[in-house]
Write a protein that binds this ligand. Structure first.
Ligand code: NOJ
Ligand code: CA
Length: 705
């Protein structure tokens, strides 16, 4: 399967060309030659780059460099010692994913730089140019007199060529759970979002944005900026110069240290990535970020099976039951605790009810939150160290019995580890807890990091936490456990290296619709997410709410989509674990639930059929096991007709398609549950016009006859 073609084309030595301004030294192109990166040294020896796409500039002269806490900046007086080129064209298999295998084809250029003045430090910059974007990273090679780098700031510039339209969330150091803003670069104001009430702490020190951040140029070109392989380093936000349309890396820091990153040499930074696409949908199809990560380091992961799951979960978010055994928290304020016994959600009996429901409906997982001791003292408590226990169940929950019962019905328990952002408490118990889960033959954990990090001063996205998140996943692999992280560090394609990092939150998910005091996510949100957050990796969004008005539990809240759109999200938003998030009683007897029973979670192929950011998107995916196809199409607040050409289906094959569409007069606000279902036969010559209601969608299962 593996076709490796790796060769070094040449190695050249250059001498310092310090007297010329922006002297074009070196060019590296994508395999199809559409993207060209020019690298050069400025007059004073600054190293820079610019990018052309199809002969027009997409990134203008941008410089690179580092500031340290205890050493002079590393950014000038460079000479080029050596350049090395390499071409790679390989294919690798995804153990689970959006497609069966991934092509990894790029041209690489590595530039070895050295300061021509004392302290004569060395640094290498490696560029990889793919047909749909570029990645570059810094290598700090082993060298005398420079043993440890204490990085105060990384100064990687991305100099834009105009006042592009941007879909952005603020550069929050603790949370990605913001609604997207759509503005020109010149109008980005992240600081204004500083105070927003949600489950996480929130810290936005600069006018910066989090990544992936996606843009559209006046000429209609799409760009998205992110990073790949975030390992032992701080997460990168991008500081925005609204006057000159320039972005600059702004690493997440810690209040406890003067540096933002501390590393022993030699080490490599994460890759800085720029996706470039003519069509918005091509951003989603790109696997560049995965390709920039190392191959699988944990071997066979067939013990993890992609699955749909139910959970003792939404009932807590609706305030019907509680996580805690003894008391309930007001879900609107979180901090107010009122005594109210007898509403504990995670009881053996309740878990069995969900297991019975899952077993009947082709759902193979059950998440149980609030099963373990410690929930009395989580949100809103400054001292959460040593509180949560990841081994001990509450007295009304028989862990072993729930596992046994589930197993007898083909339903696996997903363990829940809410850390309440006290990672040291979690780390202390990790081995014991993971060993227990392994002994019960369980393979999935949902973890969570709600609240400000303890110790105070560390942030969710800083180097210290990056290491915590990564180490948890590496340790979990040793116990054959997969992790779905909530309040996570952003995905940077590490699922290629550690395919037990199966999913994560890291966005404003469905739960906000249940209790957000700012209102719901709005009908536009999920038409932006596939082109922004989803470029980073799988999302545990928890779709499938049928009782959209949340009656009678949350009269002031509502899920701001139609029911058909909830179905379409199973295809549009990718994750190898997908929740059927609503209460079982809201599914019982509803024929639309058949789509959730049928829809796949592991894919052979993915086709992005159309899409415009913030307006609509249609995705079709072919299930690995069966070869059946599933299609999801969603729109924002506007109703829309979408033409579908089914030429992606196998030729000369007949399919029965069940179309779940917005019913007559459906709309997200006043009539969200109107759905109509029809069956048609299809082959690859078929064309169909889908009618999407305001805030609506269409889901289609396409089953071989
Ligand atoms: C936040 C998570 O996103 C949510 O899914 C979970 O129910 C709560 N934390 C409690 O852990
Ligand atoms: Ca969350």
């Amino acid at each position: 399967m593996k076709k490796v073609n790796l060769f070094i084309t040449f190695v050249t030595l250059f001498s310092l060309l310090s007297c010329q301004k922006e002297n074009k030294l070196i060019k590296v192109e994508s395999p199809d030659k559409a993207i060209a990166v020019n690298l050069f040294l400025s007059k004073d020896g600054q190293f820079g780059y610019e990018i052309n796409y199809k002969n027009s500039k997409v990134i203008d002269t941008s410089f690179l460099g580092f500031d340290f806490v205890d050493a002079p900046s590393l950014k000038k007086y460079f000479k080029i010692l050596k350049t090395t080129r390499l071409t790679s064209n390989t294919t690798w298999k995804m153990p689970w994913g959006e497609q069966d295998s991934v092509k990894n084809n790029y041209n690489e250029l590595k530039v070895n730089l050295q300061e021509a003045k004392i302290p004569n430090r060395k640094i290498n910059v490696v560029f990889r140019v793919f047909n749909n974007g570029i990645g570059f990273r810094y290598e700090f090679p082993k060298q005398e007199g420079f043993e440890v780098a204490k990085i105060k700031e990384e100064n990687t510039e991305f100099n834009l060529t105009g006042d592009h339209k941007v879909w952005w969330i603020p550069g929050d150091w603790d949370s990605y759970e913001h609604l997207y803003n759509t503005t020109k670069v010149s109008k980005i104001n992240a600081i204004i979002k500083r105070h927003h009430p949600n489950l996480n702490s929130s810290y936005i020190p600069d006018n910066a944005v989090n990544t992936p951040v996606t843009m559209k140029t006046a000429k209609g070109l799409y760009l998205s900026f992110h990073e790949a392989a975030l390992i032992d380093y701080a997460g990168m936000t991008l500081k925005v110069d609204t006057t000159n349309f320039k972005l600059k890396s702004n690493l997440v820091g810690s209040d406890l240290t003067k540096y933002k990153v501390k590393r022993k040499l030699p080490f490599n930074t994460p890759w800085r990535t720029i996706q470039i696409a003519d069509k918005a949908g091509d951003l989603i199809a790109s696997k560049m970020i995965l390709n920039l990560n190392d191959p699988n380091k944990i071997g066979d992961v067939s013990w993890f099976k992609p699955m749909k799951y139910v959970g003792i979960w939404w009932e807590m978010h609706l305030g019907i039951s509680t996580w805690d055994y003894e008391s309930t928290q007001d879900m609107n304020t979180f901090t107010k605790v009122k005594k109210k016994k007898g509403h504990h959600g995670a009881t053996t009996q309740n878990a069995k009810r969900y297991i019975d429901f899952a077993a009947k409906n082709n759902l193979h997982g059950i998440l149980v939150e609030g099963w373990n001791t410690g929930w009395k003292h989580w949100i809103g408590f400054p001292d959460r160290e040593g509180v949560f226990d990841f081994i001990t169940p509450y007295p009304d929950y028989n862990l072993k019995e729930v596992v046994r019962y589930g197993k007898s019905k083909g339903v696996q328990l997903i363990m829940h580890n809410e850390t309440s952002a006290a990672p040291r408490t979690y780390e202390k118990q990790m081995d014991t807890a993971y060993a227990l889960y392994k002994s019960l033959d369980l393979h999935t954990i949902k973890s969570g990091y709600v609240g400000p990090i303890i110790p105070k001063g560390e942030h969710h996205h800083g180097q210290w936490m990056v290491n915590h998140y990564n180490n948890a996943v590496i340790k979990a692999a040793k116990y054959q456990l997969a992790i779905d992280t909530h309040e996570p560090i952003k995905a940077t394609g590490m699922r290629r290296t550690y395919p037990n990092w199966v999913s994560r939150e890291g966005l404003r998910g469905q739960e906000f619709n249940a209790w957000s005091v700012e209102g719901g996510n709005g009908p536009e949100h999920t038409t932006i997410v596939p082109f922004t957050r989803m470029l980073a990796g799988p999302i545990d969004f928890t779709p499938g709410i049928f009782n959209l008005k949340l009656n009678p539990y949350k009269p002031n809240n509502q899920v701001e989509t139609t029911l058909a759109k909830q179905l379409a999200l199973y295809v549009v938003i990718y994750s190898p674990i997908q929740m059927a998030a609503d209460l079982p009683q809201n599914y019982e007897g509803n024929p639309a639930f058949q789509f959730i029973r049928d829809v796949g979670v592991d894919w052979q192929k993915t086709e992005i059929l159309n899409g415009e950011i913030g307006d609509f998107v249609t995705i079709a995916r072919q299930e690995r096991k069966t070869g059946n196809w599933f299609l999801g199409s969603i729109t924002d607040e506007n109703k829309r007709d979408i033409k579908i050409n089914f030429d992606f289906l196998e030729p000369n094959t007949n399919y029965i398609a069940t179309v779940y569409e917005d019913g007559k007069n459906a709309d997200w606000k006043n009539n969200p549950t109107a759905v109509s279902i029809r069956k048609i036969t299809l082959d690859n010559t078929a064309k169909l016009t889908l009618h999407l209601a305001p805030g609506g969608g269409t889901a289609i299962s396409i089953i071989k006859k």
